[in-house]
Ligand binder design. Structure first.
Ligand code: HAM
Length: 417
């Protein structure tokens, strides 16, 4: 019986996984420099956690969640994103206190029942960051700056940082009315989706990808022009901080984001060469979400990036050397050599070397072919003579140079080279 993988999911194979591991290592290191600590939350949660936080009228909650009943009849959902779980965990474990800032990051698979296409999958990986406990505009800038530092470490160029503000609830309530009034005469030009969203979530018209909606959106009033003073000041200060560290950005008035928990700063990073799914990171401020889940008032800022998209745009010169290769391949000829070889292999591994062998007991030629294929740096050749004379042959696979060494000095010799 042949079974294939489900549509929209991926196997990440050796050869490719090294890039992922490298990206993850750089994330661990970069985020640590900013005081972030890793958190791991479950892959599934109560459905209402997501519907409540992401928003009942969002595409994710309306159409894309993997929701099922478990055997006790509870409604469970595979996480479509990480922020809701981190907020739940933050409240559940009381990670708050006066003046306390929790800086958390996570890494793992997310699940959305979207239409699969290049760069869009049903299971995809995110690295996400949540800074919880400060409403200071410098926090927004610090987290964005950390992201750009991470991209710099990866050698990524040509990224575009799109910045916007959605204002606080107060600004938005007022702006929503202005927006609806401006959309009203154009309602018939909007796609069915936007016509449906007009009453409940008119801001989504701004970032609808349908061309006719885009034409209408271009003519609509901008939220930037309808902010209360505190929101305008916050946005100006975020921009000031970003400029003070020479970070380029463009203000994108139509950047709304597809999750409802945002207020004030939002942003997305887009990359060239990815086609229509060109967002490599998205995030922003969500000051009301912790309270929504019965925690104390806790302003937060975070982002998440999709790893599949990120890995495709890594510059080749950065990933060339990251394929792992064995240090040594031990060629063993005959029974006696096989027996003597086993402790030698284990001794080398205990010394930290990466060592391979063959289990077929083939000829010298066939074992050397495997050594070559393994891309090892050195081959050690053991035959009955070598064992008897306690003189092992060492071959440098790059130069072809050969030398003989006693069993005791062999490991030190390889390590010194
Ligand atoms: P999001 O914009 O929904 O935000 O997703 C963040 C990133 O995940 C996207 O920019 C994209 O790179 C990747 N992504 C999303 N969906 C897919 C998919 N179907 N296939 C491949 N990659 C995908 C969030 O998830 C928020 N939780 C971000 C956040 C954290 N905001 C505050 N804190």
């Amino acid at each position: 019986m042949k079974i294939k993988r489900i549509r929209g999911v991926n196997d990440i194979l050796p050869g490719e996984i090294e890039k992922w591991q490298w990206v993850e290592q750089i994330a661990h290191k970069t985020f640590a420099r900013y005081g972030f600590k890793e958190i791991r939350t479950p892959i599934f949660e109560s459905t209402r956690l997501f519907s409540r936080s992401i928003g009942e009228t969002t595409d994710i909650v309306e159409k894309e969640m993997y929701t099922f009943q478990d055997k006790s009849g509870d409604s469970i959902t595979l996480r479509p994103e990480g922020t809701a779980s981190v907020v739940r965990s933050f409240v559940e474990h009381k990670m708050y206190g006066p003046g306390q800032l929790s800086k958390l990051y996570y890494l793992g698979p997310m699940f959305r029942y979207e239409r699969p296409q290049a760069g869009r999958f049903r299971q995809f990986y995110q690295i996400g960051v949540e800074a919880m406990g400060s409403g200071h505009p410098a926090l927004d800038a610090e987290v964005i700056s950390m992201l750009m530092e991470f991209y710099r470490e990866l050698g990524l160029k040509g990224l575009k940082l799109n910045l916007n503000t959605l204002g606080s609830n107060e600004s938005r309530t007022h702006y929503r009315e202005i927006l609806k009034e401006a959309i009203q005469p154009n309602l018939s030009k909007l796609c069915d989706n936007c016509q449906g969203r007009y009453e409940r979530n008119p801001l989504r018209v701004l970032d609808c990808k349908v061309a006719s909606c885009g034409d209408v959106a271009e003519t609509l009033p901008k939220i930037r022009e309808h902010l209360i003073d505190a929101d305008r000041l916050h946005f100006e200060q975020v921009q000031g901080h970003l400029k003070s560290v020479n970070l380029d950005f463009v203000i994108n008035d139509r950047l709304v984001r597809g999750l409802d928990y945002y207020g004030r700063t939002t942003f997305e990073v887009t990359a060239e060469g990815l086609g229509s799914q060109n967002a490599v990171c998205g995030g922003g401020r969500y000051d009301g979400l912790v309270e929504e889940f019965d925690g104390p008032s806790t302003p937060c800022f975070g982002f998440a990036m999709g790893l599949e998209r990120l890995v495709t745009i890594l510059p080749e010169e950065m990933t060339q050397g990251i394929q792992s290769r064995p240090d040594v391949f031990v060629v063993m000829l005959g029974e006696v050599a096989q027996r003597a070889g086993f402790p030698l292999l284990e001794a080398m591994r205990r010394e930290g070397l990466s060592v391979m062998r063959d289990f077929e007991g083939g000829s010298m030629k066939s074992q050397m072919r495997k050594a070559n294929k393994s891309n090892c740096r050195f081959a050690v050749i053991l035959g009955e003579n070598e064992i008897e004379n306690k003189s092992y042959q060492l071959k440098n696979m790059e130069t072809g140079e050969q030398s003989n060494h006693s069993p005791d000095s062999l490991v030190a010799e390889i390590k010194s080279r």
